[in-house]
Write a protein that binds this ligand. Structure first.
Ligand SMILES: [Zn+2]
Length: 397
């Protein structure tokens, strides 16, 4: 694993999500200096009421920033600017860091080329600020290219209160069967070994259904060296009231609504593994044929309904890509060992396909020297294939 990625694993949580945050504990400050998002302020106000956080909007960084001396437990900034070539950016980041626990930064770029040119600088910032700063990838490709409205809106929730459902704890005590503990441990190892995350090792979730309970990782859980206390069991989900009843010490995954919907619509399923293998799978152009859901807000029933509908129609494989988001791998097998093996095989197969496609593309384009650089730079990190490729490029012509 690269040094940068390791550093991104060091998660210091301002809240451990053992309880739901109250509106007066969470501050989101929206500072939009662009003129691209006409209804963002209104939509985020609605989100703040629906998902229970306090929202302040600013017009300039010189405005008085509320909450500096207040009791907010989480203070998150969403900073939107139409230019990245701002000489005072470092200065601004330092000022922001003294006010906020975390930040979402949204830049727009005049063209794809200018975005490409900025990538190294962004990577530098990611290393410097770690998990504190989230740079939203520009995915709205009409120029100027910029992060889309829905994604910015979702960020006001996913970096703060996290869940869009109402969590109702039935018991803090939870006895997890040994086979299921084993399953989660193996998922954690695979997740680490194949780097199945993008922004942080809290991305995604592991879930196994046993006797009508869904065992699932809790929200904002580090999936590497998984702490078994962070497995919860969902007993029920009421779509009308949007309530999830669960047992365990921590609130279930913020994707629990999709997970419950998929398990409900496909009752034969036992297993769902959700990953964010960005360059290798999610955003790999050669794998677009596997997309089963368009970009949609996370944590909502609609996404679960679309995923289950498409999984139902599949005959040859049981997994798919959620566009610009991540992957879902599933199994119907009742044995935790067999279900894990099936999911693992599908993950390895698709990583191999991705690596092979990437190799074909590179061989058509470049010299061996460039291939070596690209192996290290690209998302081509499927452990087996990376070794194969390194052997290949190190061999004499
Ligand atoms: Zn996800």
């Amino acid at each position: 694993m690269s040094k940068n990625k390791k550093e991104r694993n060091n998660m210091s949580l301002t809240h451990d999500y053992s309880s739901t945050l109250r509106k007066e504990e969470v501050l989101v400050v929206l500072l939009d200096k662009s003129h691209f998002y006409q209804t963002l302020k209104e939509d985020m106000t609605l989100f703040s009421e629906k998902y229970r956080f306090t929202l302040h909007t600013l017009c300039s960084e010189d405005d008085h920033i509320e909450g500096k001396k207040s009791d907010f437990k989480i203070k998150h900034l969403i900073y939107i600017s139409d230019k990245m070539d701002d000489y005072h950016l470092e200065e601004k980041f330092s000022k922001f860091c003294s006010h906020f626990n975390s930040m979402t930064i949204c830049f727009s770029y005049s063209s794809f080329l200018s975005f490409e040119k900025s990538r190294d600088k962004i990577e530098e910032y990611k290393v410097k600020y770690g998990n504190t700063v989230n740079f939203l990838r520009p995915d709205d490709t009409s120029e100027p290219i910029k992060p889309n409205h829905v994604k910015i809106l979702d960020n006001s929730v996913c970096d703060t209160v996290r869940i869009k459902y109402i969590a109702k704890n039935i018991s803090k005590n939870l006895n997890i069967p040994d086979g299921i503990i084993d399953f989660f441990k193996k998922c954690s190892l695979l997740y680490e070994e194949e780097n199945l995350f993008h922004r942080a090792s809290s991305d995604g979730f592991f879930a196994f259904k046993f006797n009508s309970d869904i065992y699932i990782t809790s929200t904002k859980t580090n999936k590497i060296n998984l702490n078994l206390d962070r497995i919860s069991a969902i007993h029920s989900y009421d779509p009308k009231l949007n309530i999830i009843e669960y047992s365990g010490l921590y609130i279930p995954s913020s994707d629990s609504v999709e997970a419950c919907t998929i398990f409900e619509k496909l009752p034969e399923l036992t297993t769902i593994i959700h990953t964010h293998a960005s360059e290798k799978i999610t955003r790999n152009n050669s794998l677009k044929k596997y997309i089963i859901a368009p970009p949609l807000p996370y944590g909502e029933r609609k996404l679960g309904l679309i995923i289950s509908e498409n999984l139902r129609n599949m005959t040859d494989h049981k997994w798919g890509i959620l566009e610009d988001h991540g992957e879902i791998f599933t199994s119907n097998l009742k044995s935790t060992t067999e279900a894990f093996d099936e999911v693992k095989q599908n993950i390895i197969n698709i990583l191999s396909e991705s690596a092979k496609n990437e190799l074909d593309r590179i061989f058509n384009l470049d010299s061996k020297e460039n291939i070596k650089k690209l192996i290290n730079k690209s998302g081509l990190e499927c452990s087996k294939h990376k070794r194969d490729l390194e052997l290949h490029v190190n061999s004499p012509l």
